[in-house]
Design a protein. Structure first.
Length: 142
């Protein structure tokens, strides 16, 4: 049980204007905008899933560039009633549900944002590992 899949429903990216100097990159955490319970399957093999709509944004200043992702995450659980009751009451989820969902969204959205940033020749929105020479390492420590 858990995340069945993610589907991006809207992808928007713009490169903005040229900038000199430092570029500030701010990335939001994925935000769950809505949830609804659905039944999937056929015959006696029907299961409840929760369909969650989410948003994710990366903003580049002073470029006025941005990457916006919207989509749906399908979540299979035997606790759909409990999760939906809590969501309908105060628009929140218990940590044991929200943490793995948000981590999954961060991974998927980060990968998509990296691809889009590369296509638009923008800095990647997350720090990637890189190999440095001994000289570069020594300079970095000073």
């Amino acid at each position: 049980m858990g995340v069945l899949g993610i589907r991006f429903t809207e992808i928007s990216a713009k490169s903005g204007k040229s900038a000199k100097g430092d570029i500030q990159v701010s990335t939001s955490l994925p935000a769950i905008k809505s949830m609804k319970k659905m039944e999937v399957g056929t015959g006696k093999d029907k299961k409840d899933i929760i369909l969650m709509e989410f948003d994710y944004s990366t903003i580049y200043q002073p470029l006025d560039a941005r990457i916006d992702l919207k989509g749906e995450l399908s979540y299979l659980t035997e606790e759909s009633k409990k999760i939906m009751d809590r969501w309908n009451k105060d628009k929140k989820m218990d940590d044991k549900v929200s943490v793995p969902i948000l981590n999954h969204l961060i991974k998927k959205c980060s990968v998509e944002s990296i691809k889009l940033a590369d296509d638009l020749q923008l800095p990647v929105p997350v720090k990637l590992p890189e190999i440095r020479s001994k000289e570069e390492k020594a300079k970095g420590k000073k």
